[in-house]
Design a protein around this ligand. Structure first.
Ligand SMILES: Nc1ncnc2c1ncn2[C@@H]1O[C@H](COP(=O)(O)OP(=O)(O)OP(=O)(O)O)[C@@H](O)[C@H]1O
Length: 268
């Protein structure tokens, strides 16, 4: 794969909080332009920390990348402020669908466009484009976000990120606390955006079943280390891998297998 094909390269990243707690000790993966990569793993495996390393948001939480590199579009992200990364097209939707609850859905979306240059007509065109992808937001555009459902708030948070016209969209557990139908709706829309606009997407998910259905590739984290990377379609079919790393059997039940399966691709 040539470097030009890779929009994001995470290489042997180690990260700590308060110089004391090691959250990551060897996370590596590459995301190719125009693809969706799912970052999978159990609670506390290091997914959120990895995403914050990608967007250079760790220093804001007394965290730091202590070794390894993250390169976005070939450049080291640790040298750029998070706001510069947003302007360069790397936009993150944080865990927990942060919306301004006392603003309307549309005002929340417009807030996402602040800071970028753009005339009102251009902003209106972007709003319409987002309502095209998320019709429910169009219907609720005048409703206060605090009065919309969890799914609509997640859509608003994604829509707000889209107002910055990202080239790489980073999402932290978009499925959290939402019903299966809404989760499917959101992932279908992400897939559509990816296919129609070439948007690259990095999505951290505990819900590996849905993430593997919509992603091109997946990387599995275990205790702060990337232990496995492979094509999502391949991972989906490997019941041993799903059971061992993701706690799932093909029936979706929790499973506790005895033996560690052979790796698809060893990483790091
Ligand atoms: N701000 C912080 N300060 C100190 N330790 C932290 C902080 N944030 C996370 N950690 C620790 O880093 C490790 C990785 O956590 P992280 O949130 O990245 O995992 P995760 O896979 O995203 O889990 P979850 O699905 O629960 O969000 C955990 O041991 C966690 O306790």
């Amino acid at each position: 794969m040539s470097d030009d094909d890779v929009i994001l390269a995470v290489d042997t990243v180690h990260a700590t909080y308060s110089h004391a707690i090691t959250a990551l000790h060897g996370v590596s993966f590459e995301l190719r332009r125009g693809q969706i990569l799912a970052l999978l793993g159990a609670n506390g495996a290091g997914k959120t920390t990895t995403l914050k390393a990608v967007s250079n948001l760790l220093p804001a939480e007394r965290g730091q990348v202590s070794a390894g590199t993250v390169r976005y579009d070939g450049g080291d992200v640790s040298r750029r402020k998070p706001a510069d990364l947003v302007r360069a097209g790397l936009v993150q939707v944080l865990e927990g669908r942060h919306c301004f609850k006392s603003l309307t859905v549309e005002e929340n979306l417009i807030a996402g466009g602040i800071g970028r240059s753009g005339r009102r007509a251009e902003i209106n065109a972007d709003l319409e484009r987002i309502y095209g992808y998320f019709p429910r937001l169009g219907e609720k555009r005048r409703t206060l976000s605090g009065l919309t459902s969890g799914g609509e708030q997640q859509m608003t948070a994604i829509g707000r990120a889209l107002m910055s016209r990202p080239r790489l969209l980073v999402l932290d557990e978009p499925s959290m606390g939402l019903s299966p139908l809404i989760v499917q709706d959101i992932f279908q829309t992400l897939r559509k955006l990816n296919r129609e606009t070439g948007l690259s997407i990095l999505v951290a998910e505990q819900n590996s079943a849905v993430a593997l259905r919509y992603a091109d590739h997946a990387t599995v984290l275990e205790n702060g280390v990337s232990v496995l990377s492979g094509a999502a379609a391949e991972l989906r079919q490997r019941e041993d891998i799903r059971a061992f790393y993701l706690g799932q059997s093909t029936t979706g039940q929790q499973a506790s297998p005895a033996a560690k399966p052979a790796h698809l691709h060893a990483v790091a």
